[in-house]
Design a protein around this ligand. Structure first.
Ligand code: PEP
Length: 242
């Protein structure tokens, strides 16, 4: 199980120290990982002050190119240099605001795997696609186009319906389970596969989501910025597993 906090373009170094103050008193279980995804300039400090408490660190995006004249982009190599465990790829905000395509996602994920960083590949349908009952087909296609040809180590898929991100709306349990099943069937060849759910997970709904079969954790935006809530969600996950 993984509880991952996507801080997006929020918080700064002093917040990392605040988070550290709280995590010092937490017992981080082996069976449930906790990870945070701060902005690039804070990754090094996050690694330095949090990894001794078993908090995993991840980046929020990665270039689809190995290196070169790509001003402002960050390579898998640089992310590996910091010692990141994870990197989110293909988040819907990257797809929307930075035109990241399925092909881009596939290339970034391949480069991350080559650096032994676990990619967290985001997939999810828009409200329009949901209303047209095309969710399963759409996810099937995204998975086909985003997954690297060779997955040598572990891989995480985050199912994040676009209409659930930051809206307070969340799919029905059956809807989450059926999409996770589609992903599982498509990726049955991947040995270390986790499928996590993301989209408006909070302290009140987390136990309902985390108890579902085939849900191996959560990618959390808004509620990860409220550290006490985030840690309470972590404790809920621990209760489900242990
Ligand atoms: C996200 O953007 O990855 C996300 C899940 O956000 P929120 O939890 O705020 O819906």
């Amino acid at each position: 199980m993984l509880i991952a906090g996507n801080w997006k373009m929020n918080l700064n170094s002093s917040d990392l120290f605040e988070f550290q103050k709280l995590i010092v008193n937490e017992k981080i279980e082996k069976k449930v990982e906790i990870a945070i995804f701060p902005q690039f300039p804070q990754l090094q400090l996050a690694k330095q002050i949090l990894s001794k408490y078993n908090v995993k660190i991840g980046a929020q995006s990665c270039s689809s190119q190995l290196s070169g004249a790509f001003t402002g982009d960050v390579s898998a190599d640089a992310i590996s240099d910091i010692g990141c465990d994870y990197c989110i790829v293909g988040h819907s905000e990257r797809r929307e605001f930075h035109n990241e395509t399925n092909e881009f996602v596939k290339n970034s994920a391949s480069l991350l795997l080559s650096q032994n960083i676990t990619p967290i590949i985001c997939v999810g349908e828009s409200l329009n696609i949901k209303l047209q009952n095309r969710t399963q087909k759409f996810i099937h296609n995204q998975i086909k186009e985003c997954i690297p040809d060779i997955v040598s180590s572990s891989l995480i898929i985050a199912y994040e319906p676009l209409w659930a991100i930051g809206t307070g709306r969340i799919p029905k349990n059956e809807e989450i389970m059926s999409v996770h099943n589609v992903i599982f069937n498509e990726l049955s060849h991947v040995k270390n596969l986790k499928i996590i759910y993301g989209g408006s997970v909070n302290l009140s709904n987390c136990s309902n989501v985390l108890k579902l079969k085939n849900v191996h954790g959560a990618l959390i935006g808004g509620s990860s910025l409220k550290f006490k809530d985030f840690l309470a969600i972590y404790k809920t996950a621990v209760k489900q597993v242990i």
